[in-house]
Design a protein around this ligand. Structure first.
Ligand code: 5AD
Ligand code: SF4
Length: 452
């Protein structure tokens, strides 16, 4: 018998199937991994609960991108201590990016000895074995070995939503931006074969899924090492040809790999939303070099100009790091300058967080934290001003909106342009797509009425 069968036999003897609670922190890639982990557990005979207190198996799928993400995770692990005391049969599993950091095992053993299993980002398939060992022998087990070729084919996810789905097209990252821990915790870049991706998306489209988000750390580097040998623009074209009423997004492309063919494909494929998240990180050439980003501010602007020349209505969003080691006032102003030139519809901004093992962690940094916080405030103020003006262009426009949540008495969704759109309406709108006429604009969302 394999481990799966052995575990199913154990669980079948219980009065009720054990319930698992899986919580993923961080990026969409991690959320997607969490859905596969849930899929594995369901395959072993578990049910799913959204209530941590009712769970027999708790999985925290962690994020290590910034220190505050880790602090949050440790806070939540700490909260599990009393649950384990009340229910010694509870199995606590920590996985994801933090599991790959060397310091984590020691910290868990020392301060959180009630954790049962620790497994790394590429060890998902080992979960049945690890679980079996804990169920039969108890104790702490871990597997954080790096399996660089792993693309997790054949693992059926249990998805949180049925109307929108994240589909990983690749895993890992080879870029080694100097601040970033991702290449260390997610291993080398590898791409799934296109036919596996297309098969998955066909299934989702047939099941009525309305939005497919293609996921990868650097999606426009897709295809290297695949037998099919196709690149990201070609993958987009192939996915675009799949029958069905769904829209396509992707997250995130890297400016250094964004050529004209990439933007042309986005422009040509009618199912692909005309919104691109293009991480800038900094507008200073000196800092971009220190970050090992592989482009200059001017090159970035050329890309934006080209993208807008082929897609005049294109909506752009970005990531910006404030306070990279020794970022000076001049460097910061360069970032604000690019923001004014691009006029992003939204930015995700982060104060630099030192990640041990990365190259930037060894750089001396004389900028005081207070100055970094002050810069962050200036950045956010500028973005609010720019969006206040920028969003006015949406007034009277018709947006195609997929509703996904409730917000302050509104039903909220995202338009093709990735703009938060609020309408008054019933909860049953969630999961459906409608045309909405924009009647009012804010600097972070628009309000409107469903038409047709
Ligand atoms: N500190 C702050 N922000 C970071 N990011 C990645 N690493 C760090 C770090 N060490 C940000 C980048 C990236 C986003 C996902 O997280 O902006 O694009
Ligand atoms: Fe990190 Fe850079 Fe890779 Fe993005 S591209 S995951 S920022 S190393």
């Amino acid at each position: 018998m394999n481990y799966e069968e052995k575990i199913r036999k154990i669980f079948e003897k219980r009065e009720q199937p054990p319930l698992c609670y899986v919580h993923s922190y961080g990026c969409q890639q991690n959320v997607s991994d969490g859905e596969k982990i849930t899929g594995i557990l369901c395959g072993l005979g578990c049910g799913v609960t959204v209530s941590r207190d009712k769970a027999d198996i708790i999985v925290l799928n962690t994020c290590a991108v910034r220190e505050n993400a880790e602090v949050k995770v440790y806070g939540h692990i700490g909260e599990l201590k009393h649950l384990k005391k009340e229910n010694p049969g509870l199995i606590i599993i920590i996985c994801g990016c933090m599991a790959e950091e060397e310091k984590t095992t020691a910290k868990l053993r020392q301060s959180y000895p009630f954790v049962d299993i620790l497994f790394g980002t590429s060890a998902m398939r080992e979960l049945p074995r690890l679980l079996y060992e804990v169920l039969t022998e108890g104790g702490f087990v871990s597997d954080t070995a790096c399996r660089n070729g792993e693309c997790f084919e054949g693992i059926s996810p249990v998805r949180t939503d049925c109307y929108k789905a994240g589909v990983s097209i690749m895993y890992g990252c080879n870029n080694f931006c100097s601040y970033c821990i991702v290449p260390y915790v997610r291993g080398r870049e590898r791409s799934r074969e296109p036919e596996n991706i297309i098969e998955e998306i066909k299934g989702l489209a047939e099941g009525g899924c309305k939005e497919i988000m293609l996921l990868g750390q650097n999606v426009n580097s897709y295809g290297k090492g695949t037998a099919a040998g196709i690149d990201f623009p070609e993958l987009l074209q192939r996915i675009n040809r799949i029958d069905g009423d769904f829209r396509i997004r992707f997250m995130s492309p890297h400016p250094k790999d964004a050529g004209r063919d990439f933007f042309n494909a986005v422009a040509e494929c009618e199912k692909v939303c005309k919104s691109v998240h293009l991480p800038l990180q900094s507008g200073s050439d000196r800092i971009l070099k220190e970050m090992n980003r592989g482009y200059t501010a001017e090159r970035y602007m050329e890309l934006v100009d080209y993208a807008r020349s082929v897609m005049p209505g294109l909506s752009l969003t970005t990531d910006i790091i404030v306070g990279f080691p020794n970022e000076g006032e001049e460097d910061f102003r360069d970032t604000m300058e690019i923001m004014k030139r691009v006029r992003y519809d939204n930015i995700f901004s982060f104060i630099y967080s030192k990640r041990s093992g990365t190259r930037a962690a060894g750089m001396e940094d004389k900028t005081p934290e207070a100055e970094k916080s002050e810069r962050m405030q200036r950045l956010l103020t500028l973005q609010r001003q720019l969006a206040e003006e920028g969003y006015k262009r949406f007034e009277g426009k018709i947006f195609r909106v997929l509703f996904d949540s409730e917000y302050n008495g509104f039903i909220s969704g995202k338009s093709n342009e990735f703009i938060i759109t609020l309408v008054k309406g019933e909860r049953s709108l969630i999961g459906t797509m409608h045309d909405v006429r924009v009647t009012k604009t804010h600097n972070w969302a628009v309000e409107g009425e469903i038409v047709g």
